[in-house]
Design a binder for this molecule. Structure first.
Ligand code: SAH
Ligand code: MG
Length: 950
């Protein structure tokens, strides 16, 4: 959750709030829009602490001419508005200096605040810090009533903000706060007493007896002692982290117990970090740097310098986002708002490792899916309805928060706004710079469309910028691709950035050349100096972490953890498949649901359960699961299971999943591997297929096959080639009918689809007893891997060529290129091309079985009707298709006829699938030069069948 920064505090203190300043400057041109946000997003760290669901937070968008900003999230609407105004003031560089308190005024305010904190009145306030003030009254001896300055600095935002105002450097060095508070306390020397170590303060005179009595009265009922489990993070990276138990009791001060565990006598030595992970958590780091106060004889108002000593604790520093020296303890304990009691909770090793992997983009995604071993940050954002887990944009927000960067800045550009398509002539030159809220119309777009989003078909491009806390630009990305939908542009842009960032975490020793070349490939510009400044420490933690395995006794060396010798492809071994094949296979674009269990197994057969999911759904073909699992799924059909071994993932993932860390760690001392058992539960085909099956009988795909079949039979074709054959549905079906065909060929660029086509053709062509097969005369069949836009002499001279529902999967120029190549060089006697009729989408989308997961917001999105499949690059109207095909046929001496399948041709809006049939006018095509660019990926000839029949 956001906090108002010093600028806001300063502005607030003066008569003018940030909103007032904005209003002075912009008047009614400033428009505020407040959205509700669920707290769990994006602050959630799944599985951590208690879930605080349901609380509603607010985020404010402030639109100004030429600039728009979005605030962080706040519990109160007005705080969100002030924060947005404040942000705009900062970005516009408006000087609020004259409204700021002078340094002297800040000192005065600080002194006032201190006086208030030590007052009897504060003792009974609900402020979290007041819990500490009450608890220290139970400290023994001279420490009675002594409050560590580090605690005041951490628990009172007002104090911290004033300190930041006095010296902005304390932002990065929280210890500086101690010095400032101490200096301020000297001004209260009549009533406050610094302890000789100068690290804590107490009242000169005790609270009046009645006050003390009332404190005691309300606490005495809570007398109890209890244990909590915490995590020790030794400063030396050669020592492993471990759990420890803290014995707390409400009769003492918990920080004294932590101090003791850290090897010092009392609480004032202990530094407390900000909260870690989820913002609403109480997980903090406790550590005691050897600190030395220099220049003890300074005048009041001069800042004492505190020097830190000891060795840097890299892991703890990484978590805290500040320098941590010496051993540290990670614990979840503290006084929180609205509770007089000490909040406390056990932390496990698992929590620690989940916090750790939550700092990596893929880790955030894995945790959001509760599938550490299976889920992987997908490579593409296809549609909202197919995405599972946190959205890329949320992950990027989480990532930036985790690494204490500024919030990422998204800018949307809509090319159609810059052109005359804008009916109102407003916003013409406007370069749209705006934040985006999922599925909501942005103010600018709404204005441009006059309140109606219809007709605003856009080409949206999204720019992302990431800044450090000090506003140094770390990286920027501008998509070269334009998207029809704003959401798609935003999510894809965020995803690109995440994929690149993830690379850095995947290979902790990645070279800067590799980072640069990958950035270039993705279209990312990064500023390595600033990037490394922010992220250097990450690779240290990861390096350390990797070697954690090897330190103890050298048994846990990663490189030697490969298990058996019978390794198959992709790091998978001992693959065992079972269950009846149902014939329903997952393919790219389909939603797949699996159930799985992942265990750790040792060579000796010991097994430890790590993770399982009864139903895990994801889109196939975009890398939403680890590659080897997707690979195995392509071989399974619904109802089948596979059990197989795989190499171990990094330890941090294993320990983030393990319930019983000690057992897991002890098993890891041996040769181990991961064992997965996966069952394919169901496959939901892409929307297009579902529509085609539900609305047409026979299904549209079957009608296309029958259409092609009719032409094959009429033409007595001996050879046929299927351009863009996919998984071979046409070739497969053709084998079920008697035809004159002797040679069949399929070409596609998808190896996965081709592999499936090959398997299917193989089994069909080789089954000697199949009565259907006996009815065909096929002598040879070949599958080629290659693009149909490239010339290959082996694709020439077929009697009939088909290209069903393929061209719309290419960019329009590519489709035209294919048209030219096929008619000028491949020259089939007959060529059948089918593609969706865009005009028919009206009917499909009105009556389609509305799939529940489809986003309701998309319906009133800019595009009038959606394309049928997210992979479609275009869908043509009848006129567009007719123009394209007619022009082609004229140029290459073919005739062309139009028809289609699904619906009725001469009733509006025509066929569902429109088809052009080209016929070559010349008898003999020109001879062609030999050229091979396709790869034969499977080949069959009649002889093979007789062989297998023996
Ligand atoms: N014709 C098949 C598959 C249609 S899906 C059917 O009707 O079932 C579209 C197919 O076109 C995909 O398999 C895709 O891999 C393929 N494709 C797209 N661009 C291609 C190209 N340039 N060269 C070859 N195949 C391509
Ligand atoms: Mg298609």
């Amino acid at each position: 959750m956001g906090t108002l920064s010093s600028a806001a505090v300063a502005a607030k203190k003066s008569s003018l709030t940030p909103k007032a300043i904005i209003s002075q400057k912009f008047g009614s041109k400033a428009s505020y829009k407040v959205d509700e946000v669920e707290e769990s997003f994006p602050n959630e760290c799944p599985g951590l602490a208690i879930r605080q669901k349901g609380r509603c937070l607010y985020r404010c968008h402030l639109q100004l001419p030429e600039l728009s900003v979005v605030s962080g999230t706040f519990t109160r609407k007005k705080d969100a508005e002030q924060a947005a105004a404040e942000k705009a003031i900062e970005m516009l560089g408006i000087h609020v200096k004259e409204n700021n308190p002078t340094e002297e005024e800040a000192w005065d305010e600080l002194v006032d605040r201190l006086a208030y904190l030590f007052s009897s009145e504060f003792l009974s306030s609900g402020h979290p810090l007041s819990g500490h003030f009450r608890a220290v009254l139970k400290r023994k001896g001279h420490l009675n009533g002594c409050i560590p300055i580090s605690v005041m600095a951490m628990y009172d935002a007002k104090l911290t903000n004033l300190c930041k105002h006095i010296n902005p450097e304390v932002e990065s060095n929280p210890l500086g706060i101690t010095s400032i508070i101490l200096s301020a306390a000297e001004k209260l020397s009549g009533s406050l007493l610094p302890l000789e170590d100068h690290l804590s303060l107490k009242r000169q005179s005790p609270h009046p007896p009645d006050v003390l009595q009332s404190v005691e009265n309300c606490e005495s009922t809570l007398l109890e002692s209890f244990e909590i489990q915490a995590i020790r993070i030794p400063s030396s990276v050669n020592e492993t982290i471990e759990t420890l138990v803290l014995n707390l009791s409400s009769a003492s001060y918990y920080l004294d117990v932590i101090a003791e565990a850290l090897g010092v006598t009392e609480a004032s030595r202990v530094q407390v970090s900000r909260t870690i992970g989820k913002a609403s958590s109480e997980i903090r780091l406790y550590f005691c740097p050897k600190q030395q106060l220099l220049d003890q004889s300074l005048e009041p108002l001069e800042v004492h310098r505190v020097q830190l000593q000891g060795s840097l604790n890299v892991r703890a520093s990484y978590f805290a986002g500040q320098e941590v020296y010496g051993d540290a303890i990670l614990a979840s304990v503290g006084y929180v708002w609205k509770s007089a009691n000490l909040f406390h909770e056990d932390l496990s090793m698992r929590t620690y490792y989940r916090l750790l992997i939550n700092k990596i983009p893929s880790g955030v995604y894995k945790l959001s899916r509760e599938a550490i071993f299976v889920a992987e940050l997908p490579m593409a954002f296809t549609t909202r309805s197919n995405w599972r887990g946190f959205f890329p944009r949320e992950i990027l927000y989480t990532f930036c928060r985790q690494h204490r960067l500024a919030e990422p800045v998204f800018c949307i550009r809509n090319s159609s706004l810059g052109t005359s398509t804008d009916p109102h002539g407003t916003c013409k030159k406007l370069k749209v710079t705006e934040p985006i809220e999922e599925g909501k119309k942005s103010p600018v777009l709404a204005a441009a469309g006059g309140g109606e989003s219809d007709g605003l078909t856009g080409d949206f491009q999204c720019e992302v910028k990431i800044f450090s806390k000090c506003q140094d630009l770390i990286l920027q990305f501008l998509s070269t691709k334009a998207y029809k939908k704003q959401t798609d542009a935003v999510q894809n842009a965020a995803l690109k950035v995440l994929l690149w960032l993830n690379l850095f975490f995947r290979e902790s020793n990645i070279s800067s050349e590799k980072l640069s070349s990958n950035a270039k490939e993705l279209g990312i510009q990064f500023y390595s100096e600033y990037f490394l400044k922010e992220f250097n420490i990450c690779s240290l933690v990861h390096d350390f972490w990797m070697s954690f395995a090897t330190v103890e006794d050298g048994l846990l060396d990663h490189k030697h953890m490969k298990a058996n010798d019978d390794m198959l492809e992709n790091g998978v071994f001992s693959l065992n498949m079972g269950g009846q094949a149902s014939g329903v296979n997952p393919s790219s674009g389909s939603l797949v649901c699996i159930g799985y269990t992942s265990c750790l197994v040792t060579e000796g057969g010991m097994k430890e359960h790590l993770e399982s999911n009864e139903e895990f759904e994801f889109e196939m073909g975009i890398g939403a699961v680890v590659p080897y699992i997707e690979g195995i799924l392509t071989q399974l059909s619904v109802g089948q299971s596979a059990c197989f071994g795989a190499e171990l993932p990094p330890l941090e993932f294993i320990l983030a999943a393990a319930d019983d860390s000690p057992t897991t760690i002890s098993l890891l001392q041996r040769k181990c591997s991961l064992e997965h058992t996966i069952t394919l539960l169901r496959v939901t085909e892409p929307l297009e297929d579902r529509m085609e099956q539900a609305l047409f009988s026979p299904p549209l795909s079957k009608q296309r096959v029958e259409y092609a079949l009719q032409h094959i039979q009429e033409s007595h074709a001996l050879s046929m080639i299927d351009f863009g054959c996919g998984s071979g549905s046409l070739l497969d079906s053709l084998l079920d009918y008697p035809t004159s065909l002797e040679k069949i060929v399929g070409v596609d660029i998808s190896q996965k689809s081709l592999a499936r086509a090959a398997k299917m053709l193989h089994s069909k062509l080789n089954s000697k007893l199949d009565y259907k097969v006996s009815s065909n005369r096929i002598k040879s069949a070949v599958l080629y891997d290659g693009s149909i836009t490239n010339f290959d002499s082996r694709l020439c001279g077929f009697d009939i060529g088909t290209c069903l529902e393929v061209i719309e999967h290419m960019e329009e120029q590519e489709a035209s290129l294919f048209g030219d190549v096929v008619l000028s060089s491949f020259c089939p006697r007959i060529l059948i091309i089918s593609t969706p009729n865009y005009e028919y989408n009206v009917i499909l989308q009105k009556s389609a079985p509305q799939n529940q997961e489809e986003d309701p917001d998309e319906k009133n999105q800019s595009q009038a009707y959606k394309f049928r499949n997210h992979d479609h690059k275009f869908e043509w109207t009848r006129a567009q298709f007719c123009d394209w095909a007619t022009d082609l046929s004229r140029r290459h001496n073919y005739s062309v006829e139009f028809s289609g399948v699904g619906g009725v041709g001469d009733v509006e809006p025509g066929f569902a699938s429109q088809i052009a049939v080209f016929r070559r006018k010349e008898e003999n095509p020109k001879s062609v030069e030999m050229a091979h660019h396709c790869k034969v990926i499977w080949e069959w000839s009649e002889g093979d069948r007789s062989k297998s029949a023996l």
